[in-house]
Design a protein around this ligand. Structure first.
Ligand SMILES: Cc1cc2nc3c(=O)[nH]c(=O)nc-3n(C[C@H](O)[C@H](O)[C@H](O)COP(=O)(O)OP(=O)(O)OC[C@H]3O[C@@H](n4cnc5c(N)ncnc54)[C@H](O)[C@@H]3O)c2cc1C
Length: 270
């Protein structure tokens, strides 16, 4: 994304950047960006951590959007740099921002795991149009592969809070239950929101130590048809690693879904 003049360091806007960042940030944050403090972190599933950040004053986003997060003075760095794009996994009504990521062995993620709580990061404004469509007569079908759950986590939490009129179907594919982030929260949302159906599927149950009684195998046409009255009609949203997104799109098109009804969010980098 061309950030144009935003990348030029300018004087900081009062009220937008918490005073603490003036002391802690090792490089200045342009007025077009925000400073945000790391508040907490915890394991969210095997190999995945969730990070809670302060929601900076004036920061606004729509569920489904993502931000570029920059580590300002990380303990280590590598050729991949200090910036990553993350979808916001928390809902807009919540007063903190949550991100979840697969903890691969990269300098960025090792740093994120070990910097002290209270560390200030740079957060660019939320971006992207991977947000729930307006026409509530059309159901939304969300197809998530692994960590691709993050934008949908935000959308379904917010829909529950707003009592949104849309019918929502979330198909969520993982290898094993142990690796499946947010599964309990999502199961609970299915109980509180009668318009929300949650279908988790596991592709490698034999390697799991947990019992699994839900769907198994990859999301495919037969699985969708089991839960949807008509494959044509809903708006489809696919998020996950590029190979998963490509495979799901192909499957939908071959099943007769109109390309205009398919929206995608590729998590480049996986
Ligand atoms: C819209 C969007 C939302 C995302 N949301 C999440 C999320 O919620 N959780 C999550 O874990 N990951 C998310 N990602 C992926 C994330 O940005 C990282 O790429 C991923 O976590 C891998 O980082 P790494 O440090 O493990 O691996 P590395 O391989 O060290 O880092 C990834 C590298 O991939 C390359 N890369 C990253 N983004 C792009 C891009 N857009 N185009 C081309 N190359 C790129 C860069 O070289 C980057 O440094 C998202 C990506 C996008 C584009």
């Amino acid at each position: 994304m061309d950030r144009g003049p935003a990348s030029v360091v300018r004087p900081m806007a009062e009220g937008r950047i918490p005073a603490v960042s003036l002391i802690m940030a090792a490089e200045e944050i342009p007025v077009s960006a925000y400073a945000s403090k790391l508040l907490n972190r915890a394991d969210a599933a095997e190999g995945t951590m969730a990070f809670q950040f302060e929601k900076p004053p004036g920061f606004d986003f729509k569920p489904g959007q993502s931000v570029d997060l920059t580590l300002l003075n990380p303990p280590e760095t590598d050729s991949e740099g200090n910036v990553r794009t993350f979808s916001i996994a928390s809902a807009a009504f919540e007063d903190q921002l949550m991100f979840a990521t697969r903890m691969r062995n990269t300098a960025f993620k090792r740093s994120l795991k070990k910097v002290p709580l209270g560390t200030v990061v740079k957060m660019d404004p939320a971006m992207g149009s991977f947000t729930l469509h307006k026409n509530s007569a059309k159901p939304a079908v969300f197809l998530a592969g692994g960590i691709g759950i993050t934008p949908f986590s935000s959308i379904v939490r917010q829909a529950d809070h707003d009592r949104a009129a849309h019918k929502l179907y979330l198909f969520y594919s993982n290898r094993r239950p142990e690796e499946t982030c947010f599964i309990e929260v999502l199961q609970n949302l299915e109980k509180t929101n009668p318009k929300f159906s949650f279908i988790a599927t596991m592709t490698d149950v034999p390697r799991s130590k947990k019992t699994w009684n839900g769907e198994t195998g990859r999301i495919n046409r037969d699985m969708l048809s089991k839960y949807l009255d008509d494959l044509r009609g809903p708006i489809y949203y696919i998020a996950g690693p590029p190979a998963m997104v490509g495979g799901m799109r192909k499957m939908l098109v071959e099943s007769g879904v109109d390309e205009d009804d398919i929206r995608t969010d590729e998590f480049a980098g996986y």
